[in-house]
Design a protein around this ligand. Structure first.
Ligand code: GCB
Length: 594
C-alpha cells in the first residue's frame, strides 16, 4: 500500500522528530507577553521507564468497556511547578529517575504572533510533547530552553507532557558524583511566550571592554522581516534614543556614550532599557560596570575590589527544597549580605534567574558557574558539545546582568589529563569569544601541600583570569605548620588569587569546648579552622578574594555520619534552620575589617 519513498519519508520524519533538540531560549523572556504554566501539574512516577514503552504522551483513553491502558494522568497525584519533586513527596526524597508531568491549558491563537514554550530549567533530561507530538529534548538541569510552537497549538484545550529524568549519567554534566541532593523535575518556571512575527531573539548591552563610558549594543532579530529592519534602543532616564538598521542576517550593533552612573555593590544602579523593532519590543533593567584584572588585583570600575564572598547552593534550607522563587533568592542572598559579602559564588551550576537578578539588585557581584564538576568523563566524545551548549545557554541568559563578573567554567576536574585540558581550554576560548568583557575562572584543587608549602600549579590557570583554589587545610588536610608561616608557591605572574572554597563541618549547638581542645564536628573546631585560615590568608600573594564553603548547611545524601551529618553537608556558617555557628562571627568580623 505504501511506496518505499513514503515509508522512507515517515522513518526520516520519526528520526528527525526524535532527535529534535530544544532551541536556546530567547534573551529575557521575562519582559515579553507571557502566560505562565506554573502551578499544579499531573504526574506519573515511572521508576522502570515503562511509560516510554506505553507511549504515555499519546494519553490513550479507554473507549469501550473492554479497552484498558495501564496508565492514566487522571485521578493521580500532582506536583507543583516550579519545584523539585524530592521535597514535595517523602517517597521521592532520594528518587533518581523518570517522572512524567502533564499540564493542560487553553489557548486562542492570535494573528501575526509567534508562540514559544519556555522552560527555565528541568533536571536533568527533558522530552517535551505537545498534544501527543514530540517537540524535542533538552539535556542539562540548570539552563533555559524553548520550543517554537507557532501554529501547533489548537484553539481551546491543549496539553503538554514532559518526561523528566534526573538519573545520573556517566557522560552528563555533572556526571555520576556530586555533593548535593539531585533535586529532580521541572524545577523552574514554564511559560508560553508570545512575540511579534519578527522578534528580538537576542540582545546584549554592556560597557565596552576597558571603557567606563562607551556602551556596546548588539541585537539579533529572527523572522522573515529580520533583514534591514529598523531597531530603536532607548534609555529614557538618560534621554538616550538610538536608531539602527539590521543587516541581511538580522544583526545590528551600535556604540554610544552616556553619563552612566556605574553599578557597584555600594550603588547597584540599574537603568530601564527598551529595544524595539517594528513588530516586537523587549525591556530590561541593565547596569553598567567594568571588571578587569591587573597587578594581582580585581578592578571594578577601575578601582581595586576585594571579593568578600560566600558559596551558596540553590537550596532553600528551611524547606530543604530547590530554591526557585524570589523569596528563596532573598532569603539566601539576604544572609550573604548580613555576613558582609559584596560577592557570591553561586555553586556549582547556573542558579535560577531570580538569584542572579536579585543579587544584582542587592549589590552582590556574582560568580556564575557551569556544572562541569569533579568526575566529568572528558574522554567521552559527546561531552565537549554538551559543555559548549550549556555555556551558550548560560551566557545568553546572563550576559546582560552586570552583577555577573565571572564565568566559572569548571570545578575540581581532576586528574589533569590531556583530554580534560584540551576540552576546557577550548571552552575557555569559546567563552571569551562569546563575552570578552568578563573574567573567566576554572576552580581547581590540584595543589600540593607539604612542609607547610602550598604549591599551586594547574594548566588551566594559565588560561583563566584568576587563580581559583579550593583548599581545606584544617579539615580534609591537617596543618603542616603555623598558618601564618604557610608559603605559597605559584607561578602565574600577577594573576589575582581567590580562595574559592575553604572550611569544615560543624553541627550547630556543639560549642562549649575551648577552641584548641575541640574535636571534629564541633562549632569550636570549625571556628578554629576559620581563625587559622584567615591568619594564613595574609600570607597569600595577590589574594583578591575569599569564599567560605558555605552559607547554609545543605542536603547531600552522601554525607553518612549518623550523628553529625544525617544526609547534610554541615560546612555551613548557618545551620539549615538559620542558626549562626561560631565561625559566622569570625567571618563577619573579617569582612568588616576588610
Ligand atoms: C569541594 C567541592 C564542594 C564540596 C566540598 C566539600 O571541594 O567543590 O562541592 O561540597 O568540597 O564539602 O567537601
Amino acid at each position: 500500500v505504501f511506496s518505499a519513498v513514503q515509508i522512507y519519508a515517515v522513518l526520516l520524519f520519526l528520526l528527525i522528530a526524535d532527535l529534535a533538540n530544544a532551541q536556546t531560549a530567547m534573551t529575557n523572556p521575562w519582559s515579553r507577553n507571557r502566560h505562565s504554566l506554573d502551578g499544579e501539574w499531573k504526574v506519573i512516577v515511572d521508576p522502570s521507564n515503562t511509560g516510554e514503552w506505553l507511549q504515555v504522551w499519546l494519553e490513550k483513553k479507554p473507549e469501550k468497556k473492554t479497552d484498558f491502558f495501564e496508565y492514566s494522568f487522571e485521578n493521580g497525584p500532582v506536583l507543583n511547578v516550579p519545584g523539585d519533586f524530592n521535597s514535595q513527596r517523602c517517597d521521592l526524597t532520594y528518587y533518581e529517575g523518570v517522572v512524567w508531568y502533564k499540564k493542560e491549558f487553553e489557548y486562542t491563537s492570535k494573528d501575526r504572533k509567534r508562540l514559544f514554550l519556555y522552560f527555565g530549567g528541568v533536571n536533568y533530561q527533558a522530552d517535551v510533547y505537545l498534544n501527543g507530538k514530540k517537540l524535542g529534548s533538552h539535556e542539562g538541569g540548570f539552563t533555559p530552553f524553548q520550543f517554537e510552537i507557532t501554529g501547533m497549538v489548537k484553539n481551546g484545550a491543549n496539553s503538554i507532557i514532559v518526561k523528566t529524568n534526573n538519573a545520573r549519567q556517566k557522560n552528563g554534566l555533572p556526571a555520576n558524583g556530586f555533593d548535593w541532593l539531585n533535586f529532580g523535575g521541572i524545577t523552574r518556571d514554564v511559560d508560553l511566550v508570545e512575540t511579534g512575527e519578527t522578534y528580538i531573539d537576542d540582545f546584549t548591552l554592556r560597557l565596552k571592554k576597558g571603557s567606563l563610558k562607551t556602551v556596546q549594543c548588539m541585537v539579533k532579530l529572527n523572522g522573515n522581516q529580520a533583514a534591514r529592519n529598523n531597531i530603536t534602543i532607548k534609555i529614557p532616564e538618560l534621554n538616550i534614543k538610538k536608531k539602527i538598521v539590521s543587516d541581511s542576517t538580522g544583526y545590528a550593533s551600535v556604540e554610544f556614550s552616556g553619563p552612566f552612573r556605574l553599578w557597584s555593590p555600594d550603588q547597584p544602579k540599574l537603568y530601564e532599557v527598551m529595544i524595539e523593532c517594528g513588530t516586537d519590543s523587549v525591556t530590561d533593567s541593565i547596569g553598567f560596570r567594568s571588571i578587569e584584572v591587573k597587578d594581582g588585583k580585581v578592578w571594578l570600575n577601575k578601582q581595586p575590589v576585594f571579593l568578600k564572598g560566600v558559596n551558596i547552593h540553590e537550596e532553600n534550607p528551611y524547606k530543604g527544597a530547590r530554591a526557585a522563587s524570589l523569596e528563596d533568592a532573598r532569603l539566601l542572598l539576604g544572609a550573604a549580605k548580613e555576613l558582609g559579602c559584596n560577592f557570591v559564588r553561586l555553586a556549582h551550576y547556573p542558579h535560577n534567574d531570580n538569584m542572579i537578578r536579585e543579587a544584582e539588585k542587592m549589590g552582590l557581584m556574582v560568580w556564575d558557574e557551569l556544572p562541569i564538576y569533579q568526575h566529568i568523563n572528558f574522554s567521552d566524545s559527546t561531552v565537549p558539545a554538551k559543555m559548549e551548549l550549556m555555556l551558550s545557554e548560560m551566557v545568553k541568559r546572563d550576559k546582560n546582568r552586570c552583577g555577573v563578573i565571572i564565568w566559572s567554567l569548571s570545578n575540581e576536574t581532576y586528574p589533569s589529563t590531556a583530554n580534560r585540558n584540551s576540552a576546557l581550554i577550548k571552552l575557555t576560548g569559546s567563552c571569551r569569544q562569546k563575552d570578552p568583557t568578563r573574567l573567566v575562572a576554572h576552580v581547581t584543587n590540584t595543589q600540593r601541600y607539604a612542609n607547610n608549602i602550598m604549591e599551586v600549579s594547574d594548566t588551566l590557570y594559565r588560561y583563566a583570569d584568576i587563580v581559583a583554589v579550593n583548599e581545606y587545610i584544617g579539615w580534609y588536610v591537617p596543618w603542616q605548620g603555623k598558618p601564618t608561616d604557610t608559603k605559597w608557591k605559584m607561578d602565574f605572574g600577577d594573576k589575582p588569587v581567590v580562595i574559592s572554597e575553604f572550611g569544615g563541618e560543624a553541627l550547630y549547638g556543639s560549642r562549649n569546648e575551648p577552641a584548641d581542645m575541640a574535636a571534629y564536628w564541633t562549632e569550636s573546631y570549625q571556628e578554629k579552622i576559620y581563625t587559622d585560615q584567615l591568619a594564613m590568608f595574609d600570607s597569600i600573594p595577590h589574594l583578591a578574594g575569599v569564599c567560605p564553603w558555605l552559607l547554609f548547611d545543605y542536603k547531600s545524601p552522601g554525607r553518612l555520619h549518623p550523628v553529625y551529618q544525617k544526609g547534610y553537608n554541615r560546612k555551613g556558617l548557618l545551620s539549615e534552620k538559620g542558626e549562626k555557628k561560631k565561625a559566622w562571627k569570625v567571618m563577619r568580623e573579617y569582612y568588616q575589617r576588610k
